[in-house]
Design a protein around this ligand. Structure first.
Ligand SMILES: Cc1cc2nc3c(=O)[nH]c(=O)nc-3n(C[C@H](O)[C@H](O)[C@H](O)COP(=O)(O)OP(=O)(O)OC[C@H]3O[C@@H](n4cnc5c(N)ncnc54)[C@H](O)[C@@H]3O)c2cc1C
Length: 375
């Protein structure tokens, strides 16, 4: 029987970054992925690094998001050095753009909300915004700069993270479907791969939106897929430096000249089809923001499945089964939250205490909520 200090289900960005941290701390770690490692949400993502919440429900995540943002530069340097691969980190800030008749009040609300959460956002006159990003439409009414935000090429990051993990001693098993956890009394003692059993002192579930399908995990991680469609464009002579937040879409430039636009949020099960309606919505909104996109080549379209939780917050931490840790439900912020997730899980496993209060994210919140409603 294979035996490890830590066995991880899922080799996306979350599973591989946890493995990397733990291996760097000297533990014997293995990751099991049922498919090709790193080819699900972590591949499909836009890679925007923004600690600003996308809805009021996510405001409580801001301290975690800020902490993760602060860890990014050091993690990038470490992963690039060990893997020998560049990860396309662009700490250049992002720009919000407004075109509607409510542009001025919308801008004021955005600035006030950001300042209220201790996040930087500065109003920009339309002409100043167009000086920073000359391809922005001349119909622009108002804009804001969020100077501390960034982006990263999530595909190269995921590849480099896996490679850095392997170089640090992590064993990666592709095509290994985790079917369940092994439980002995109150303890989790490893993972089941069909008839095979893997023994581990610690077991981490990081199988993204598929985590709930693993036997024994659903009650702790009731995640569901939130589909996102994306488009990649290329246009000669068109230069965009920063992520641009439109009212309906975002635009993300990459170091290799691709410009991404996305994304839809759809609850349609595990379907990853790209649809004409989804792409039409993204492109028409993107052309409104950058009119030159009308002549751009469409290089690629794709869809991925974000791991969403019932309250849209990550599901992170130990369970009441000794040795079982959950790390999923990162929804629209899994790339941003990668460094802090890996750090907290490593701290829990090696020190049994963590530097941030993660009670709000506990997998036990769903079990306790169910007990309360049935009591
Ligand atoms: C279109 C889109 C845009 C996004 N944009 C952003 C963004 O701009 N910024 C941001 O921070 N986040 C963004 N996200 C969210 C982010 O990509 C995810 O939160 C993050 O990638 C989740 O990583 P993960 O490792 O948990 O899951 P995944 O990357 O999905 O990895 C899970 C892995 O588990 C494996 N697996 C599943 N079931 C099993 C099993 N039974 N046994 C073994 N292995 C299994 C899968 O094969 C997969 O490799 C976006 C997501 C999408 C889809």
């Amino acid at each position: 029987m294979k035996s490890f200090d830590v066995a991880i289900a899922g080799a996306g960005l979350i599973g591989s970054s946890i493995a990397f941290e733990l291996a760097q701390a000297g533990l014997k770690v293995a990751i099991f992925d049922r498919g090709e490692p790193g080819r699900e949400a972590s591949w499909a993502s836009a890679g925007i690094l923004s600690p600003a919440p996308e809805s009021p429900a996510m405001i409580s995540m801001v301290p975690l998001a800020k902490a993760s943002m602060n860890l990014y530069p050091a993690l990038v340097a470490n992963v690039e050095e060990i893997s020998g691969e560049k990860v396309g980190f662009r700490p250049k800030g992002t720009i919000d753009v407004f075109f509607s008749k409510d542009a001025i009040p919308d801008l004021s609300t955005l600035i006030a909300l950001h300042h209220g959460m201790g996040l930087k956002a500065e109003p920009l006159r339309p002409e100043d915004a167009r000086e920073l990003e000359p391809s922005l439409s001349s119909e622009l009414e108002a804009a804001a700069l969020r100077p501390e935000e960034a982006s990263i090429d999530n595909r190269t990051l995921t590849h480099a993270m896996l490679s850095a993990a392997k170089k640090s001693g992590v064993e990666v098993f592709a095509g290994s479907n985790v079917t369940g956890i092994v439980q002995e009394g109150e303890r989790c003692t490893g993972l089941k791969l069909g008839n095979e059993t893997v023994s581990a002192k610690w077991t981490v579930i990081a199988a993204g939106c598929f985590s709930a399908d693993i036997d024994g995990v659903k009650d702790f991680a009731p995640v569901r897929p939130a589909k996102g469609q994306m488009v990649s464009l290329r246009a000669d002579g068109l230069k965009i430096e920063r992520v641009i937040w439109g009212e309906k879409i975002y635009i993300v430039p990459r170091n290799d000249g691709r410009i991404l636009a996305g994304a839809t949020v759809e609850y349609v099960g595990f379907d990853k089809q790209v649809t004409a309606g989804g792409i039409e919505k993204i492109l028409s909104a993107a052309i409104e923001v950058i009119p030159e996109f009308a002549n751009a080549r469409i290089e690629e379209t794709w869809a991925g499945l974000r791991p969403d939780s019932p309250d849209h917050l990550p599901i992170l931490g130990p369970t009441d089964i000794d040795g079982l840790v959950i790390a999923t439900g990162h929804f629209r912020s899994g790339v941003l939250l990668t460094p802090i997730t890996a750090r907290l899980v490593r701290q829990w496993i090696t020190e049994r205490s963590v530097e941030l209060d993660w009670e709000r994210l506990s997998p036990m919140r769903f079990i306790e909520a169910r007990r309360e409603t049935t009591a």
